[in-house]
Design a protein around this ligand. Sequence first.
Ligand SMILES: *[C@@H]1O[C@H](CO)[C@@H](O)[C@H](O)[C@H]1NC(C)=O
Ligand SMILES: *[C@@H]1O[C@H](CO)[C@@H](O)[C@H](O)[C@H]1NC(C)=O
Ligand SMILES: *[C@@H]1O[C@H](CO)[C@@H](O)[C@H](O)[C@H]1NC(C)=O
Ligand SMILES: *[C@@H]1O[C@H](CO)[C@@H](O)[C@H](O)[C@H]1NC(C)=O
Ligand SMILES: *[C@@H]1O[C@H](CO)[C@@H](O)[C@H](O)[C@H]1NC(C)=O
Ligand SMILES: *[C@@H]1O[C@H](CO)[C@@H](O)[C@H](O)[C@H]1NC(C)=O
Ligand SMILES: *[C@@H]1O[C@H](CO)[C@@H](O)[C@H](O)[C@H]1NC(C)=O
Ligand SMILES: [Zn+2]
Length: 637
Amino acid sequence: MQSALLLGFSLALVLVASIEADVDINRATANQIRWNINRTASPCTDFWSFACGNFVNHNSPASKYVDNFGWVEDQFATALVEFMESDLKANDTQAPQLIHQMRTYYQACTRDKKQWTPVDPPEMVQLWARASSGPLGIAFDERADVATNDSTRRVVQLTMPEPRFRYRMLRALQFIENPKNNYQNKDNLTQFIKDLKELQDKHRFDEPTVYTWTYKEMFEQIPHLSWAEILSELFEVNRNSPLFKDLVFEVSNVEYFRDLVQLLKFVKYEDYREYARVHHLVVLEEAEPMFRNPKSCIHHMRAILPLGINYIYNRFVYENREQDTRRLQEIFTMLKATFKKYFEANRLELNAEMLAYLEAKLTGMQLKVGNLPEENSSEFYNLHYESAEFKNSTFLENLIEALTLRTRLQHAGLLQPQARLDLRRYYVNDNVFKARTSPFYENERNTITVPMEFLQFPLFDHRQHPIFQESLMGAVLGHEMSHAFEQEGLLFDSSGNESPIGLQIVESKSFQEAIKCARGKKSPVSLKECVADINGLQLAYDSFFGFNSDPRTVEYLPYAFDAEFKSKLFYLSYAQFFCGTLPPVLGHDRDDERVNVSVGNLRQFAYDFQCRQPPSPPSLCEIWRPREETEPAKLQP
Ligand SMILES: *[C@@H]1O[C@H](CO)[C@@H](O)[C@H](O)[C@H]1NC(C)=O
Ligand SMILES: *[C@@H]1O[C@H](CO)[C@@H](O)[C@H](O)[C@H]1NC(C)=O
Ligand SMILES: *[C@@H]1O[C@H](CO)[C@@H](O)[C@H](O)[C@H]1NC(C)=O
Ligand SMILES: *[C@@H]1O[C@H](CO)[C@@H](O)[C@H](O)[C@H]1NC(C)=O
Ligand SMILES: *[C@@H]1O[C@H](CO)[C@@H](O)[C@H](O)[C@H]1NC(C)=O
Ligand SMILES: *[C@@H]1O[C@H](CO)[C@@H](O)[C@H](O)[C@H]1NC(C)=O
Ligand SMILES: *[C@@H]1O[C@H](CO)[C@@H](O)[C@H](O)[C@H]1NC(C)=O
Ligand SMILES: [Zn+2]
């Protein structure tokens, strides 16, 4: 184990060194792309296999990883392991306490070998159950969020648990039914879980109406649940707290809640408590790293203690913030200008009010480098985790402490009158199992965040030629921007509030027509991803080659680092985002299909690769892009 780990280390270091020494980052990028190509595959009918088919087979550094994401995540983890293992900045002047807490958590994670046993830590688990959503987390999902009509007003959202969490009940059943665990009240517990599951099945397809209620209204609308008790556990305050009266609730699945009240009448409190404990144990099992070692502990901490990890990386490891930010803002500005041209061409024939809505949203969209708040006082960072007490020897207790901390931070400020989100201190803190590495868009903030993990070779380097950056990062940012303008994102205006104008656009015949070609057999989730993929790549392409360029009339000059692919390099570089080992066939939106669909909806792709049949409407999907081919223009890369 030890030697394998060291080997991993030295390889990563050699790689970084070779890129530094061989200053030509473009040659390195082009080589990486060339290594991944499978020249036996046909670019015209299976572009993913052509661009990525050899990823698993060659001997480049990438082949050690599942995909290019695995590669950049590993570089990130390597750097932080090095920091954590050293005593670097133990005397820091800005945030010594935060750094100490992070090191302590890391030490226990890597050194303490103790595992859960199903019957072993009842008091401990109960502790977390108290401060997490308590009973709420079991029979319904609770989250601290913002109001749909007011993106800075903090509210408590209550819904039925999502179907994807159904397996937690099954896992809990396994625990309880296992004779070794010796549950006293097995039959009644088992029956309760089965009833709960049945209830959720029954309400799965209910209308998703959301009600906005005060605390008092909650009591009236869903009586017999001990709300005071529940909230007092959640917020760690007295059950008669006068502060509850200012809370705003957004409640979905009201019929489910009412049925649940009926069900609970027949369940003994002790049984409910016992089930709660097992359920929390299942979540804890999920949240801990599968195997604890230095890197897996860093990945775990990226998810569960994001502010601490990002602070340390940003301050002590990340070197190119200024250059990266400048380059990303340039790309973002170009993409916005292209999107603006799409809107101005107004292929969907929207009215003036709708166009103004779209342009205001586009103009107001922000780009953020790294998931860190704007706040920059050292005090804020140093004390942010102050209420958590980590020990350097007991990982499982720390995990519960970290989850409790996370719940507390998410709910901080909710109990104030007119609870407003503090935008200067806002960052995303909702991961438990895996941190986001890919850029993401938030409707409520009208903001794209690019995690610092993503800003590394081979995915991005500020020194790369624009053809690499504006294809890969360009298409990724284009994809995220497009989420603001698909059927769900459109409902939110420039400030992140739900707007009737957005709804009018979504319901307009021309918009419905535009997304129809992306529809196929897709679920709503993959439909919006597909819309974002198609529009995102078109945006990136038009931004790089020029809005009106016609590839048939352009003569491409070779690049110093590539004489072979010329303009084709754009598509090959774009595809690197998706290169890796494909997961087993599950659904339809695997990476190979996503690449295939996106490039297939660029008419220019077929010209560039001399495919026999360039696509044309209706098989050609264009969401916002004007459809007519316009005047050819001469352009060179
Ligand atoms: C390359 O593509 C061909 C044709 O699709 C396929 O038969 C072959 O297995 C691929 N090679 C690798 C290394 O995946
Ligand atoms: C995408 O897949 C379809 C169906 O397999 C195929 O007809 C088409 O040629 C593919 N296009 C590309 C660019 O790979
Ligand atoms: C911390 O400060 C003390 C006293 O100034 C010094 O002796 C020690 O070497 C410093 N440790 C580190 C890791 O910088
Ligand atoms: C948002 O909705 C709530 C409940 O319907 C309402 O009381 C509140 O005034 C609305 N806020 C805004 C800013 O429209
Ligand atoms: C199990 O439930 C039944 C029916 O509600 C009840 O009569 C019985 O006392 C319960 N058993 C225990 C051990 O609580
Ligand atoms: C902190 O932020 C304020 C306001 O945004 C800014 O004026 C100041 O220069 C920043 N300080 C540092 C050290 O970055
Ligand atoms: C763990 O903490 C204890 C008590 O604070 C301390 O004595 C010990 O040196 C620490 N161990 C490590 C490995 O840091
Ligand atoms: Zn997406």
